[in-house]
Ligand binder design. Structure first.
Ligand SMILES: [Zn+2]
Ligand SMILES: [Zn+2]
Length: 122
């Protein structure tokens, strides 16, 4: 569930649930449309991901699933998943690929190969 953070991380502008100006990345770093368009050029400064329009939560759902009231404001730009440390999703990708290559030989991608190539591998 989205946290629906109440403000822009960059300029601290209020971004309530109903706001059409809220932009978020996949980690839910939250920015206003001004910062996203001008300073950030549509890219999250924390993780490098794309910033997209945050969907608004319908009012009847908001009563049951309230928005976060925890303000995140980082004028300097870095957050917990900042670019200085390797993001978790990157390290997991590299470990997966090393497992595949350590098996040696042809990477087995059955199902994506035509039938005659599948026969050659097995
Ligand atoms: Zn802003
Ligand atoms: Zn981010």
């Amino acid at each position: 569930m989205l946290q629906l953070r109440p403000n822009c991380e960059c300029c601290n502008k209020d971004l309530p649930n109903e706001s059409l100006d809220a932009r978020i990345c996949t980690f839910e770093c939250t920015f206003c449309s001004d910062c996203a368009a001008s300073k950030l050029q549509g890219i999250c400064p924390n993780c490098g991901g794309e910033l997209v329009v945050r969907p608004r939560r319908p009012a009847d759902k908001l009563a049951r699933y309230p928005a976060s009231t925890e303000r995140v404001f980082k004028p300097g730009g870095q957050t917990g998943h900042g670019m200085n440390s390797s993001p978790p999703f990157l390290s997991s990708v590299s470990s997966v690929s090393s497992v595949v290559s350590s098996r040696g030989g042809v990477p087995r991608v059955e199902g994506s190969l035509p039938p005659h190539q599948r026969l050659l591998i097995s």
